[in-house]
Structure formats: structure tokens, C-alpha cells
Design a protein around this ligand. Structure first.
Ligand SMILES: *Cc1c(COP(=O)(O)O)cnc(C)c1O
Length: 448
């Protein structure tokens, strides 16, 4: 009985998969934030290097992974696919549960899968410094690691409430050689403006994105990087689904149900997109996206054009959104607190390929405890959403059903959240229907 399905290093995929040419309908284009016309790729050049802009709009089905990226990937890839026998036994299910373990990366999550190529492409185009935002700190950690691998400077704007609640990620970012500032900060016009109105503003991802973009466009040597949502990020994350496909084949399994948690959608999309052609050709497969009740973008948001940030500097993207002014309650899954969603994921959800469900954080931590006490590893609170859905689905599944979820990160720097849970102090947060309608009013009225 195999537990860990290990792909030999020389079988690591050397191309990323682009789902767009395989979809029955084209993706609605990004729009310019001022003219509201479809944006020209060159208009993104002040923010991103050209090679990433080309990937953003590419219709090539496969994109070769450059060798210097493969070389850094090999520090932790291929990652194991693990059969969770002990979790199965504890649930009392006869379904088979596998998890793709992305927590083994240096940063402890799936995010280096895109941070590494983003740093590499910036380096090849002469960029010296990258600015970015981070919520709970996983993306900032991943990008500061990747920048160090390619000799780039890195500046991170970290949502202030996380910066204060979770100091360890900030320390790790600095240990990788990057600088990190709580956002809103005094370093940008937008940050100063917010602090004038509210000196105690705890920030949000949308605010930190505005600051990081302002930083990048105001300097010639700096570009901006985003850790989720965009097409090129999703492209890079398909390495996990491609490996999973090979590993399930090695185990002699046919995938029935794929599950992942959703913030901006990158780990979930990375897992499922390589299986989309199989589903489109009629194979019965379920893709289940899991989000917090406190930030219910897919289950309760609207599919429409919206900005990616509070200052409205980003292009308009057609996506599931709760409104760009949405300030989600401070739940412990910082990585899932974003108002928007990957346009690719939103699009395939609209095409009926994805089911979504939402959970409260207490039940999510209960699921995390069951996983920890059976499989032994401490999951990130974000990841635990996927675990909760896996447990629920496995309970009802027919014997032999193959369920695979993406284990997006470890929770070793989230012990404060576990402490709160263990003391019985964790509160469930929900966003009321009225609040959602109010926040959605800020979305621009554009067609398509
Ligand atoms: C950032 C993060 C997420 C959410 O981001 P996606 O882009 O939706 O994948 C989930 N899990 C972990 C561990 C993260 O760090």
C-alpha cells in the first residue's frame, strides 16, 4: 500500500499548461481603468515585464519552463502526492483521499511556483527591484525568496493588521533580504491619504496592492508582481495539476473529485485546469472550490467587471467580486481575504465546470485538527478549507471514489490562530447580504 507517490525528478513537467485555447468560449478581455476599452498589452508595460504580459494574453496551449526556473523548482519539486489512509480511517470512508503537498516548498506554500518564474522574467528584462503586497505574508515570503534566488531587491507592503498580529512572516521576509512595510504606509501618496483620514486603518489586500503599484510606476528600476488572480500566475501554478495527473496515473487511479481552497484562485486553478480537457470531453469529474463564509466571492459575489484594488489603478477584470472597497472581517485565513477572483476561474465557473462551497472558520479549524491528529502535519488555515470540504465529501462518497485536494501550505507560522481555536476563542464571521449589496454598488457599470 503506497502512501507517497513520488514523481522522479526527470519526469517533472517542463511546460506549463494554458487552458484558454481549450475553452469553448473566449475569456472576456481586461479593460483600461479610465477608458473602459479593452486594454492593449503594451499599456501594462509600466507594471509588468513584457514576457509576463505575453503570457497573460497568450493563446499557446503549452509554455516551456525556462531552465533557470526548472533549476530553482528542483529545490522542492516534484512535490509528493500522498494517500491519506489514516484520515480515511478516521472519517470511516471507503473513498480514497489523496493530497498534493505544496507545503514542502521553501516558503511553505504553493506560491513559489509563480514567484520563481516572475522573478526570473523580471531579471532577464533588466528589472532591479520588485514591489508587491502581501496579506498574511505567504506571498511576500515566496517572492522575497524568489528575488534572492535571482539577485533582485524586493519591497513588500503587508496588510497592517496582519503585520501586527503575525510578526513571524515579516521576520522571514526580512531574513530573505527583502524590506517589508505595514500598509497603509507613509511611503506612498495613497497610503498617506488613507492614514490622514484614519490613522489606525488596518489595511486590506486591495489597499496594499494600490501602494505596491504606485511604488512600481513611480520608479524606473521597479516592476510590480501579483501572487494570484492573473492569467500568468494561474499558468505557472498548473505545474501542480500536471504533476498530480502523472502521479495519479502512477498510482493507477482515475481522478473523480478535485478540491482546493480559493483566495484569488491560483492553487485551485493550478490543480484543476490540466483536467479541464478531460472534463470537457465528457469524463465525469467534479471540481470543488472552497472559500470562507467571511469572504464568499464565488458563492455570494457577482460575476462582473471590477477593479483589483481600492485606488482603482489596476485594469478592470471580469470576475466574481464582492466590490473593490470590500474590507473582509479579520479571519485567520488571511490568504483568502480578497474581494475578487481569478478571471479564468470565474469564467470556467460560469461555464458550469466548477462547484463552490463556503465554510465558517470554526468548522474549518475542527477539520484541521482531525487532519493534524491523523496525518500528522499542521495545515495552514487557508488549506484547512479544502480539508473540511474533503472530509464532508468523503463521508458521502461511494466506495472507491478518488478525491484529491491541494495541500496549499503548512500552518507552522499560524500557531497564534490555533492557540485562539484551542482556547475556544475563535469567532465565526459572516458578511451580511446587505453589506454585500452595499459593497457591490462600488463596481463600475460596464457591459459585456
Ligand atoms: C495565498 C494562499 C492561498 C490562497 O491563494 P490562491 O491564489 O487562491 O491559491 C491558499 N493557501 C495558502 C497556503 C496560501 O498561502
Amino acid at each position: 500500500m503506497n502512501h507517497r507517490i513520488i514523481l522522479p525528478e526527470n519526469e517533472m513537467p517542463n511546460k506549463w499548461y494554458n487552458v484558454l485555447p481549450d475553452l469553448p468560449e473566449p475569456l472576456p478581455p481586461p479593460l483600461h481603468p479610465e477608458t473602459l476599452e479593452p486594454i492593449e498589452p503594451e499599456q501594462l508595460a509600466p507594471i509588468f515585464p513584457m514576457s509576463l504580459i505575453e503570457q497573460e494574453v497568450s493563446s499557446m496551449p503549452w509554455v516551456p519552463i525556462p531552465e533557470p526556473v526548472m533549476e530553482v523548482y528542483r529545490l522542492y519539486r516534484p512535490t509528493p502526492l500522498v494517500r491519506a489512509h489514516r484520515l480515511e480511517a478516521a472519517i470511516g470512508t471507503r473513498a480514497k483521499i489523496y493530497y498534493k503537498n505544496e507545503s514542502v516548498s521553501p516558503a511553505g506554500s504553493h506560491k513559489p511556483n509563480t514567484a520563481i518564474p516572475q522573478a526570473y522574467y523580471n531579471k532577464t528584462e533588466g528589472v532591479r527591484r520588485i514591489s508587491t503586497e502581501t496579506g498574511a505574508g505567504q506571498w511576500g515570503t515566496a517572492l522575497s525568496f524568489a528575488c534572492k534566488m535571482f539577485g533582485l531587491q524586493c519591497t513588500v507592503y503587508m496588510v497592517r493588521c496582519s503585520y501586527e498580529q503575525k510578526p513571524y512572516r515579516g521576520i522571514l521576509i526580512r531574513a530573505y533580504g527583502a524590506e517589508v512595510f505595514p500598509s497603509p504606509s507613509e511611503r506612498t501618496r495613497f497610503g498617506r491619504h488613507l492614514l490622514e483620514t484614519d490613522p489606525h486603518c488596518g489595511g486590506s489586500l486591495g489597499v496594499a496592492i494600490s501602494e505596491a503599484i504606485e511604488d512600481a510606476v513611480s520608479r524606473g528600476d521597479t516592476k510590480y508582481a501579483l501572487g494570484s488572480v492573473l492569467n500568468h500566475v494561474i499558468l505557472h501554478q498548473t505545474i501542480t495539476g500536471l504533476e498530480t495527473k502523472k502521479q495519479l496515473e502512477m498510482a493507477g487511479e482515475k481522478p473523480d473529485i478535485l478540491i482546493g481552497c480559493v483566495g484569488g484562485g491560483s492553487n485551485f486553478a493550478g490543480l484543476v485546469l490540466p483536467f479541464v480537457p478531460d472534463k470537457l470531453s465528457g469524463k465525469p469529474m467534479r471540481f470543488v472550490a472552497v472559500e470562507p463564509q467571511a469572504c464568499p466571492t464565488l458563492t455570494r459575489g457577482e460575476y462582473r467587471y471590477d477593479y483589483g484594488d481600492v485606488a482603482r489603478l489596476t485594469p478592470l477584470l471580469k470576475m466574481h467580486t464582492l466590490g473593490h472597497n470590500f474590507f473582509p472581517p479579520p479571519i485567520h485565513s488571511g490568504g483568502l481575504r480578497y474581494h475578487g477572483e481569478s478571471p479564468i476561474l470565474s469564467h470556467i465557473a460560469k461555464l458550469g465546470l466548477v462547484e463552490a462551497r463556503a465554510y465558517y472558520q470554526t468548522e474549518v479549524f475542527e477539520a484541521a485538527m482531525l487532519f493534524l491528529q491523523t496525518e500528522g502535519f499542521l495545515p495552514a488555515p487557508e488549506t484547512s478549507h479544502a480539508i473540511k470540504a474533503t472530509i464532508d465529501i468523503a463521508r458521502d462518497a461511494a466506495p472507491g471514489t478518488v478525491i484529491t485536494f491541494l495541500y496549499s501550505g503548512h500552518g507552522l507560522l499560524d500557531l497564534g490562530a490555533y492557540d485562539t481555536y484551542l482556547r475556544g476563542d475563535l469567532k465565526d464571521e459572516e458578511y451580511s447580504a446587505e453589506d454585500i449589496q452595499e459593497a457591490l454598488k462600488a463596481c463600475p457599470n460596464v457591459g459585456f
